[in-house]
Design a protein around this ligand. Sequence first.
Ligand SMILES: [Zn+2]
Length: 235
Amino acid sequence: MTRRLFWEDMYAREFDAKVVAVEGNRLVLDQTAFNPRGGGLVSDTGTVDSARVTVVVKEGDEIFHIVDTPSEFGAGKMVHGVLDWDRRFRVMRMHTSAHILSSVVNGETGALITGNQISHDESRVDFNLDNFDRDKMSHYIDRVNEAVRRELEVKTYFMKREEVLANPGFVKLANAMPPSVDILRIVEIGDVDTQADGGVHVKNTREIGKVVGLKTENKGKSNRRLYFTVTPSVF
Ligand SMILES: [Zn+2]
């Protein structure tokens, strides 16, 4: 299993690691700060030594770094990884914003997220909603920014499945993860949102800056899509 440095320190931008295997253009390291694609999040990009990491994927417990020059690596080699930090930090801000947005919309309408794509430049969230337009979008985004301005702490911790199931408020979190997952990673954003989640987030909502609604789209029956981004502006 690849040690996930991004769970221990989501702000790690560089790391040392040992090559475990090279399979074609896929590099397996003993540990990595590269967050793989998954859960609607784009993967990190960056470099390992002089190779460009174009995408990172996970298969089971293993993480694979797709590199452009795999021939420079061999099992046992010590390497240095560097993330494209500007991109990653935007993904962390976008992802934390998406959680707050889902909580706001769910709290007001009962709608659930049916899909999401979190990227560094523009993100989108789908809701199973009938009634959605630009005014509604502005209203929800205002509510999200109110929460962001409260400078909520974002806590991340691990819990055993049985502990999660013993806590009535957390049962739905346990049910959201496959039964094969024994240890759940819980992400708690102040009093706004708690999820079982493997993704990367900021430590405090003040780092988000400001959330900006871009547009809404009708994606078929009871499926409404909202596009948003984040700006660095301080209130
Ligand atoms: Zn998430």
